[in-house]
Design a protein around this ligand. Sequence first.
Ligand code: PLP
Ligand code: SF4
Length: 348
Amino acid sequence: MMTHWENLLAHSITTPEQLSRHFNSDFSALNPVVEQFPMRINPYYLGLIKTPGDPLWRQAVPDLLELNDSTCFVDPLDEENRSPVPNLVHTYPDRALFLVTGQCAMYCRFCTRKRKVGTSRMLASRENMQSAFAYLRKNKQIREVLISGGDPLLLSDEALIWLLDNLRAIPSLQIIRIGSRVPCTLPMRITTRLAAILKRYHPLYLNTHFNHPDEITPEASKACARLAGAGIPLGNQTVLLRGVNDNAATIARLMHGLLMIRVKPYYLFQADMTLGVNHFRTRVEAGLEIMQSLIGYTSGLAVPTFAVDAPGGGGKIPLLPDYRISLGRNLTFINYLGAPCSYHNELA
Ligand SMILES: *Cc1c(COP(=O)(O)O)cnc(C)c1O
Ligand code: SF4
């Protein structure tokens, strides 16, 4: 028998024809886009879209501009070359990224793994998983595994138990971190049973992915309450997206809304240079200005780290507005209001 969330997922819109029927307008021009980059909008997220072109629409509905990108790269973070075994990206010394499924509750139009999510180019076979376990076991400097995809919480409860049991059997792995957009895109997946399962694998952290305050619904709130109630520290990664959230007021509302559902803002990302995503990119200055509008003006809890994931696989580079005026024996700065300040930088 299908569970409620599986049933919702099965009723997702996946073709321009269904989109046309739902919005009573002709979307057949999107067929070539969907052939290249799959569409999936589940009934829950579809219900949050208020009007064509709004910030949630833009995240979910394909756009002809996706096929009109001559700037960006298929694999901007060079993940395929940084995978010592299939499905495992090892860029940093002490942590590795483990891609455990190609499925998501929605195919976000701006996805960094647009090249493969929802397609046969992303398969997580048991053999691939076994070779990833072996790599993690052998490379003892890896103390944290980030389970991502795709969306790992689209796995069945049983598949998740198998995965987590295998990871917890590796003594050198201290921290398990799950990256999942499901609390935002299909919060019904966060069942009491799922929360009880995840609770068995502490220390387990979960970073979710909200991009707009309209995504913070009573359902999302309930999902996060369940996870937090299971003792899982919740973080959030937002992508700065043109026409979706690229202004200070929207980001401030989003960060405050996240804290209200017990989710700590973790990263605000500059959009990656992913092929088909160029139209979502902002200038880096836009992010810096947003950071400047948050720092000092609101709780430090609400301030994420703004970072750009360097094209070519250089890793995440944090970016901050510059408060320094001069370095040396006497440091001079400005504070968030622009007032000059100084600090004696010489020790007796
Ligand atoms: C983002 C990422 C991580 C995690 O980075 P944190 O700064 O610890 O959040 C690890 N590995 C890869 C390949 C990544 O892209
Ligand atoms: S849920 Fe995450 S992995 Fe899946 S399409 Fe959206 S951004 Fe990509």
